[in-house]
Design a protein around this ligand. Structure first.
Ligand code: SF4
Ligand code: SF4
Length: 455
């Protein structure tokens, strides 16, 4: 038995908290009653609650169940439609004046941020697939910008970019980049890019939960799934696909609420867009890798706009160089479709031994006949889960922030760092059972909007 069991009384414990005398009496009367620390430590609740919160049989608000009757309509608390119209008109008037005058915390962009969230929520809540309609319906009635009372928000390309980055972070993306639509961009698209005045592409990175990814970092050795990774690892990707449209719809609405056009929600060439916008570098897998999240990304959500924006530059975090000596993804690839060559090549991707597409980029080709023939992407993703750069600096990564800085500065340790990751097994598969019982109050790795992405 723990020695704490018999030596710490409730009174001593309260004293330890700095509660004495009358305070002690009052606190002791209301605080959860634990007879010793063992009882405290082992106290169980049905919710994931802090230890000082106790569960009770009835809510703390007194209720007389013999009187309470919710069938007594709540309508009596609603304004008459006449009063409701008055309040709405006054609210619109107030918002318009604030937008025109630039009232602190109610400036044009503050209001745009609020409107964009509102429109996105309504679009999703009423399951209206045509959010343009929702936006127009809302915007025409509620915003000064649609009534022509103010000009589109324009604080110059750099500040406009900063505004989108700050809003995007709030919407759920850690990184917003911008590409100018020029001849180079047009070459990245298989479809003609119309000359319609939309001069920039806003590129928003959608992060994928790297912990659940690791449920699929290896293939089963035996059993019915032999040779394949577990099904559960798909949840990280699916959650990323779920988050992406919600992110887009908010960003799209925000740009419109600022008075500019915004079109598009996704991009077929999101890897190239991420690289060109400087959100990411290309990796051996053909997927995009970023300094903080490695390849634990789902995709880039992209939209075109006429808002004047400063294009962001490509980055060098040493990722492309690191891939030369790492090869972990290729070593783990079940059908061996990823290149094991150290140096990238100007040859394009391959299908049954023949180059199939996109010459002009010096990279590591993937033999898609092997990858797709194996059943990917639906049936695999081992490469995605086993990259040592995933979520740099997190508890589950071998590459800590200091090491990431080393990779970015010099390649001489790259081979050692990659083999260290494999030796210590950071890329190994995690046991999903532990995840189901995780401490929800302290677990930092879920993609909870408004909270973060596990950093
Ligand atoms: S997804 Fe394709 S490239 Fe990646 S490990 Fe699986 S088969 Fe290999
Ligand atoms: S596993 Fe290694 S080689 Fe593959 S993408 Fe990640 S860093 Fe590059």
């Amino acid at each position: 038995m723990s020695k704490f069991h018999s030596t710490v009384s409730r009174r001593d414990f309260m004293k330890g908290l700095g509660l004495a005398g009358a305070g002690l009496g009052a606190a002791a009367a209301t605080a959860p009653v634990f007879h010793d620390l063992d009882e405290l430590a082992s106290s169980k609740t049905t919710h994931p609650l802090p230890w000082w919160v106790k569960e009770v049989d009835e809510p703390t608000v007194p209720i007389d169940w013999s009187i309470l009757d919710y069938t007594q309509s709540a309508d009596r608390y609603r304004n008459s439609s006449e009063r409701g119209d008055q309040l709405l008109a006054a609210r619109i008037q107030r918002r318009e004046s604030n937008a025109i005058q630039g009232t602190p915390n109610s400036t044009q962009r503050d209001i745009a941020l609020s409107d964009s969230i509102r429109v996105a929520q309504r679009s999703i809540d009423i399951a209206d697939p045509d959010f343009e309609e929702v936006w127009l319906g809302y915007g025409k009635h509620h915003t000064a910008i649609y009534k022509g009372l103010i000009s589109p928000y324009d604080a110059g390309p750099e500040q406009n970019l900063r505004t989108l980055q700050a809003a995007g972070h709030f919407f759920g993306t850690p990184q917003v980049g911008v590409i100018a639509i020029d001849d180079h961009f047009r070459k990245l698209s298989s479809r003609e890019v119309p000359d319609d005045g939309l001069r920039y592409v806003v590129v928003c990175m959608v992060v994928q939960n790297h912990v659940v990814d690791k449920w699929g970092a290896e293939t089963y050795k035996d059993g019915p799934g032999k040779g394949y990774p577990p099904d559960a690892h798909h949840i990280g990707g699916f959650k990323g696909y779920f988050n992406g449209p919600i992110l887009s719809i908010q960003m799209n609405s925000f740009i419109k609420a600022l008075g500019w056009r915004a079109e598009g929600r996704g991009s077929a060439y999101n890897v190239a867009d991420g690289v060109m916008a400087g959100n990411t570098e290309l990796t051996r897998t053909g997927m995009a890798g970023c300094p903080e999240h490695g390849i634990s990304l789902r995709y880039m959500r992209c939209m075109k706009t006429d808002m004047p924006l400063a294009p962001t530059k490509p980055i060098d975090a040493g990722i492309f160089e690191f891939c030369k000596s790492c090869k972990t993804c290729a070593l783990n690839c079940p059908p061996g479709s990823l290149s094991m060559e150290t140096e990238p090549t100007w040859e394009g991707n391959v299908w049954e031994g023949k180059t199939i597409n996109r010459p002009g980029v010096c990279k590591w080709p993937n033999d898609w006949s092997k990858c797709s023939g194996y059943g990917s992407p639906r049936d695999c993703g081992v490469c995605h889960a086993s990259c040592p750069l995933n979520s740099t600096g997190s508890h589950y990564a071998s590459i800590h922030k200091m090491v990431a800085a080393t990779i970015a500065t010099t390649p001489i340790f790259n081979g050692f760092l990659a083999s260290m990751d494999r030796t210590f097994g950071y890329g190994k598969m995690l046991d999903g059972e532990e995840w189901w019982d995780r401490d929800l109050r302290t677990w930092p790795y879920d993609n909870i909007y408004g909270v973060g992405c596990g950093h």
